[in-house]
Design a protein around this ligand. Structure first.
Ligand SMILES: Nc1nc2c(c(=O)[nH]1)N[C@H]1C(S)=C(S)[C@@H](COP(=O)(O)O)O[C@H]1N2
Ligand SMILES: [Mo]
Length: 419
């Protein structure tokens, strides 16, 4: 089996601070200048020229306030304190995960083709999709399988060094994939639905689109009840932004973000899973990157149970006494899975106390927000969170290493300092 190099390797190093594009805060030069002055004043390491490798703020689209993890291709996530504030993630704080350059899509000429094991292969414009099928709206959380990659211990993992912010919750508007599939007439033997984006991933020897597939049962689930996949044209009731897949993207509730293909230009109904690199090779939990290991490992579909403390930020200086703690939690992505418990520990995981949920408990395939007031003692040096869902799983104390650094979901921790 031909086995490609990882494509998303990211050797750029970006300081952990928020850049603000489009609002007239610090320019990149001012920011880097103030940073080096500040680190000099604190007697820290001298200014690190590797920071210049990432084209930081200037890589961000207008109106985005994110930490740039790699500028080319663009990968960026919000700071956790900001992410935890709204159940519906505002556009400016919604993460961006791209494997290649943003494609130039001419919206007027754009057609999505649907073909394969169907009665009526066709090409549809976005206008035709919205005229022929009822409008649907679904709130669903999107999260990258690589979220929290930077917490893995063990051999250094390549790829974008995500913190815990490669996640967001949005209201997606468009049409139902199931409705389209029924209209085009599925043939006997159909088992998987492939998606292809208009972006071109340039590998050493070849160029191919980003793509993947989902099993037919998932594709045919409706938008009412457990939410089915969408062909989305809107995000938070506005037209999709270019970086989020304008003019059309798939949104697959409950599945890792990689299955929600952006700039969706081709759907193929097939008797087998997509041969695309991002389904057949990437996005698998493997211990070594060899052809036999990749062959046997199934593709990742559902996202993993998770929870994260957003406030206070790690290393915050706190007083003893009551402390407000806030964050988010996500049930596993299997149909019908709900969170049953979110717990905090101030003693390294000996004793746990429950947090209260503040938003999202009745929404399938969505994160919830939670908060708690904990009693901080002089010896309290860290806070831990873990969640349990209706599948019976609880987040583990430790997460086994995997080559690509996917689905990290061990207890999330923030360190506290005392003033
Ligand atoms: N065409 C295309 N679709 C894509 C990707 C991509 O690089 N190209 N990245 C995927 C991954 S890995 C994730 S996590 C989500 C991120 O969606 P967002 O950038 O809108 O947050 O898009 C998915 N869809
Ligand atoms: Mo992702």
């Amino acid at each position: 089996m031909h086995h490609r190099q990882p494509l998303d390797t990211d050797d750029t190093v970006v300081p952990r601070a928020e850049f603000h594009r489009g609002g007239g805060t610090l320019s990149r030069r001012q920011f880097l200048g103030s940073l080096s002055a500040a680190s000099a004043a604190l007697g820290l390491l001298p200014f690190d020229s590797r920071w210049l490798h990432a084209d930081d703020a200037s890589a961000l689209p207008e109106g985005k306030r994110l930490i740039v993890r790699s500028a080319k291709p663009l990968n960026a996530e919000p700071s956790l304190d900001r992410l935890g504030e709204d159940w519906i993630t505002p556009h400016e704080f919604f993460y961006i995960r791209n494997h290649g350059e943003l494609p130039h899509v001419d919206a007027a000429a754009f057609r999505m083709s649907i073909e394969g094991l169907i009665e009526k292969p066709q090409k549809l414009s976005v206008a035709e999709l919205s005229e022929r099928f009822p409008a649907v709206e679904t709130t669903a959380t999107l999260t990258c399988a690589g979220n929290r990659r930077n917490e893995f211990t063990g051999p250094k993992i390549g790829g974008v060094q995500w913190g815990a912010g490669a996640i967001g919750n949005a209201i997606w508007g468009g049409t139902s994939l199931a409705a389209l599939l029924k209209h085009v007439g599925i043939q006997v033997g159909a088992r998987h639905v492939w998606f292809e984006g208009a972006d071109q991933i340039v590998d050493k020897s070849e160029t191919y689109p980003f793509g993947g597939s989902i099993p037919i049962e998932k594709a045919l689930s409706e938008s009412n009840g457990p939410p089915g996949p969408l062909l989305a044209t809107k995000m938070n009731r506005k037209a999709l932004a270019p970086e989020h897949g304008f003019p059309l993207r798939a949104v697959v509730p409950g599945y890792i973000g990689a299955r929600s293909v952006k700039w969706l230009s081709r759907i193929v109904v097939s008797d087998r899973p997509s041969p695309n690199h991002y389904l057949a090779q990437a996005y698998k939990l493997i211990q070594e990157e060899t052809a036999p290991a990749l062959q046997v490992a199934p593709p990742l579909y559902e996202f993993a149970l998770n929870s994260v403390i957003c406030l206070p930020a790690s290393e915050t200086v706190v007083q003893t006494g009551k402390l407000k703690v806030r964050g988010f939690a996500l049930p596993g992505g299997a149909v019908g899975t709900k969170l049953t418990r979110i717990e905090l520990s101030i003693d390294g995981g000996e004793r746990w106390s429950e947090a209260r949920t503040t938003a999202g408990m009745s929404n399938p395939c969505c994160w919830v927000l939670w908060e708690a007031d904990v009693d901080v003692a002089a010896r309290t040096d860290r806070l831990l969170v873990r969640a349990t869902d209706s599948s019976g799983q609880t987040q583990p104390r430790e997460m086994p290493w995997n080559v690509k650094g996917y689905q990290y979901n061990a207890w999330h921790q923030v360190r506290l300092k005392h003033g």
